[in-house]
Structure formats: structure tokens, C-alpha cells
Design a protein around this ligand. Sequence first.
Ligand code: ATP
Length: 199
Amino acid sequence: MKLKSLQISGFKSFADKTTINFEDGITGIVGPNGSGKSNIIEAVRWVMGEQSAKSLRGGKMPDVIFSGSESRQALNRAVVTITFDNTDHFLATDYTEVSVTRKLFRNGDSQYLINQSECRLKDVLNLFMDTGLGRDSFSVISQGRVEEIFNSKPEERRTIIEEVAGILSYKQDKQKAEAELTKTNDYLDRVSDLIAELQ
Ligand code: ATP
């Protein structure tokens, strides 16, 4: 399996449709500071299902949509398509070429497509599962990530590991459930008080 191309449109600094073709051998992308090199890597992670806006250097997911410049208005939609040559069927599908597309609109609507057919985020994650390519794999290592892990405090490092291991979302769910439980217990106490008053 080989990365063939990446098409970016309306994603971060890429307002216009931009296609990067990856030929045989090693591809290096060079450019001045702030020209969008990291944005290309983030587009790769995003199209493969990244759900953390923070890890894409944003506050919320719509921040990835082109937000305008001095000469151009902001756009309402970001679209990224990644295409793999799958003639060796490394990805578990009959297709010899696999393309994954992710679209996000400013109102929060989003869409995932595999070979132009609409699918769920889960299908995209399943496609890359156990291939070493998924959004949480170490096949894409962002700038500063290694230093960040080495220089972090033990608690922060634990959070990073939990995020990679996919535990963080369960922890958040647990916190939410515990808060609900506390609220429900408060209601029950109130109901008991009312029953006692009425008796
Ligand atoms: P360096 O070499 O310094 O690491 P780089 O080439 O990797 O830089 P990026 O970090 O990829 O550059 O790009 C940063 C640029 O992307 C900034 O100019 C920033 O304003 C722009 N940018 C980021 N998000 C958006 C957005 N949503 N809309 C428009 N521009 C954006």
C-alpha cells in the first residue's frame, strides 16, 4: 500500500483546492515558516478521523476551516481526500485504490466518504485499524510532540498515554456519569424530604 495523493480544500491555510502527489521514493515538503507544512500533516491526521481539535492546534473542530485572510473571505467548508494505492490489498478491501474523504461545514455538519460513498466515522477508523496508520498511531508524529512527551510532568504524560490508548474518552464519560449520579441522588433526597413532610 502506498500513499498516492492528498487533496486539500478550505482546510486551514489551504483555501484553494491543492493536490499533492506522492511519487516513488521519499517526498519532502519544504517552505518558509508559517507556509502550511504542518497543516498538510494535520490534514492527513484529520481525514483519517482525528477528533481532537486541540491536537490540531485549534479550540474547536470548525477552526480547521479556512478562516480568511487580508485578501480572502473565510470559507464555510473544509474538504480533505487522501488516496492510497491498494494493489497489494494491505487495506482490507477489494478496491485497488482507496480514497477517504472528510468534509466539515461551519455549522458543524460533517461527512465521511470511502471511495465517494458516504460512510460513518467508524468505517474510516475500521479501515485503518491494525494497519499502523490510524489517527492515534505513531506513523504521524507532529512537530514538538516528542519534546512535549519528554518534557511533560508525569500527570500530563499519563494523559497523553491515556489519549493514545483511547482511555481518555471513557474517563470523560465516567466523570459525566458520576455528575449525573450525584444530581440524581440530590433529587432523591429532595423527594424523600417531600414524602416525609407529607406523611
Ligand atoms: P513552521 O515552519 O514555522 O513550523 P509551517 O510551514 O509548518 O510553519 P503551519 O504551522 O502549517 O506552517 O501553518 C501556519 C499558518 O496556517 C499560519 O499562518 C496560520 O495563520 C495558518 N492557519 C492555521 N489555521 C488556519 C485557518 N483556519 N484559516 C486560515 N489560516 C490558518
